[in-house]
Design a protein around this ligand. Structure first.
Ligand code: GLN
Length: 515
């Protein structure tokens, strides 16, 4: 591993646990999330430079509430408690936490003592994000109060001699504009970190570690063309060159030119040393999908067929030592392996492949990285920007952006319309501010007129959303002129489309994808 310093985020079930770790890493300090259940010895064994307790839904004073051996405050390691973590620190050390007379929620004016190490460089009156029903009525003995609000006598407390700090609010969310400074202060001024977590050193050490682990073994990697698998493949290629075989399955449901782009980068004329297998399985998927309208059924067919195709290719290659997966840190956390968050999805980066391939061990070179770090690692490895900054694209691909049954003709229509939409969005300089945008083919046909002739053709729907976490989203406000240009280009350039619609719905009630 690249880093020598580590900060541990001890998770008490808070919804922002990943954000806390990300913010710390943005300070160039490596950070991992552990559940509070691992206990104090496991935490000590990791030799952290600092410990951060997250928020959590419980109340510290209720029997059975998540807690941790208070000896953690005596380990000589700085501790920063956030929200529930703050309340827990106060509660365990003799302060009084109870239900607040006024709950605080949202952006709140906080008065801070800028002599505190945590608030160095922060304005004395600063906005912080609050989200609590309980509050610290009296701080624990020996602590000084370093911030307060109108409703909250103890918005922050500290005992600098012991390096213990508690914040009632959430510095990790962007709604706390000076939160990053506070976390930076904690890791640098309190924990004394130097900041040795950098992407270039991560790439270098990971390549070395992979080389050692893999030795002369063979590695198989399912390349989807998405960011994660592309970066994993690039890294493995740097590490073991021709011992790596990448299999890319073109299921005929990719975006326009996607197959060509992946082949250009990873194929024999590309910059990476590896064995590259590109399988044109388009017809197989079209045959299987013929006449199938139900979204879940389409998804299932594609998932199963993908495994079949991959399995056949893997058989040709024979037994391998390692199966590579592009699992990234949020996948690990979301599958309940790190931290305390409930299992959101059990994660199989390549759709349940492990059961079907003859291999000894899985390698996951990106297991420690957040998405933005993965992209950065990709840039370090020399991947082109269009691959690295790619939007999320679902495994079943265009099949779920074609309402109803899939045909090769419909795939072509949606590919062309989508390419125009994306091109014009980029031209208008909107691509950086919109989180995801694509075209979908509705199953609706309607009457139109073109060149004095009656048409009876399809309607395409344009989608563009802004979101920070993809859990909720809003329809993006696209300038009318851009929509007009796109509309006229699509109806002119794409055969069998005579109507263009813009989807104004947010998520909820809609989803980002159509099916
Ligand atoms: N459950 C605690 C409260 O309501 C802590 C909340 C939190 O950590 N966001 O005060």
């Amino acid at each position: 591993m690249a880093q020598n310093e580590k900060v541990l985020v001890v998770d008490f079930g808070g919804q922002y646990n990943q954000l806390v770790a990300r913010r710390v890493r943005e300070c160039n300090v490596y950070c991992e999330i552990v559940s509070y259940r691992v206990g104090i010895e496991a935490i000590r064994a990791q030799k952290p430079k600092g410990i951060i307790f997250t928020g959590g839904p419980n109340s510290v004073y209720v029997d059975g509430a998540p807690s941790i051996d208070p000896a953690i405050f005596e380990m000589g390691v700085p501790v920063l408690g956030l929200c529930y973590g703050c309340q827990l620190m106060m509660h365990e050390l003799g302060g009084h936490v109870c239900k607040a007379p006024e709950r605080e929620y949202g952006k709140t004016l906080v008065h801070v003592n800028t002599d505190s190490e945590i608030f160095a460089g922060v304005s004395p009156d600063t906005i912080c994000w609050m989200s609590h029903n309980d509050y610290v009525e009296t701080a624990a003995p020996g602590f000084t109060i370093s911030a307060y609000t109108d409703n909250c006598p103890v918005a922050a407390a500290e005992m600098p001699e012991k390096n213990l700090y508690a914040l009632q609010f959430h510095p990790e969310v962007l709604h706390t504009p000076e939160g990053k400074t506070m976390l930076h202060n904690f890791v640098y001024r309190v924990c004394g970190c130097k900041g040795d977590w950098k992407m270039d050193s991560f790439v270098e050490t990971s390549v070395k570690a992979l080389r050692e682990k893999i030795g002369s073994g063979k590695v198989l990697c399912a390349l989807s063309g998405g960011v994660d698998s592309s970066v994993a493949a690039a890294m493995l290629s740097k590490a073991v060159g021709k011992q790596l075989t990448c299999v890319f399955v073109d299921h005929g449901l990719l975006r326009k030119n996607e197959m060509e782009e992946v082949c250009e980068v990873f194929g024999p004329n590309g910059q990476f040393e590896l064995n590259f297998v590109c399988v044109n399985a388009r017809q197989r998927f079209y045959d299987k999908l013929a006449g199938v309208e139900e979204p879940e059924k389409k998804r299932k067919i594609i998932g199963e067929e993908f495994i079949r195709v991959f399995e056949e290719e893997a058989k040709k290659i024979g037994a391998v030592d390692f199966l590579a997966q592009g699992t990234i840190y949020p996948d690990v956390v979301e599958s309940g392996l790190g931290g305390e968050s409930t299992v959101i999805k059990s994660h199989h980066n390549v759709g349940g492949l492990p059961d079907y391939v003859d291999f000894k061990e899985i390698v996951e070179p990106l297991r420690d990285l957040f998405k933005d770090e993965t992209r950065q690692a990709g840039r370090e490895l020399g991947l082109p920007e269009y691959l690295v900054s790619r939007q999320p694209f679902p495994g079943p691909g265009l099949a779920i952006r074609i309402i109803g049954a899939v045909t090769p003709e419909k795939v072509k229509m949606v590919q062309e319309a989508d390419a125009i939409w994306r091109e014009e969005i980029a031209k208008a300089g909107l691509d950086k501010s919109i989180s995801q945008y694509y075209a979908a083919l509705t199953n609706m046909r309607s009457v139109g007129v073109m060149g004095d002739e009656r048409t009876y053709d399809y309607a395409v729907a344009l989608r563009a959303v802004t979101t920070t976490d993809f859990m909720t989203a809003e329809a993006a406000e696209i300038p009318w002129s851009v929509l007009q240009t796109v509309t006229s280009r699509i109806v002119n350039e794409v055969k069998h489309i005579n109507r263009v619609l813009y989807d104004c719905t947010g998520k909820p009630p809609a989803t980002i994808e159509f099916e």
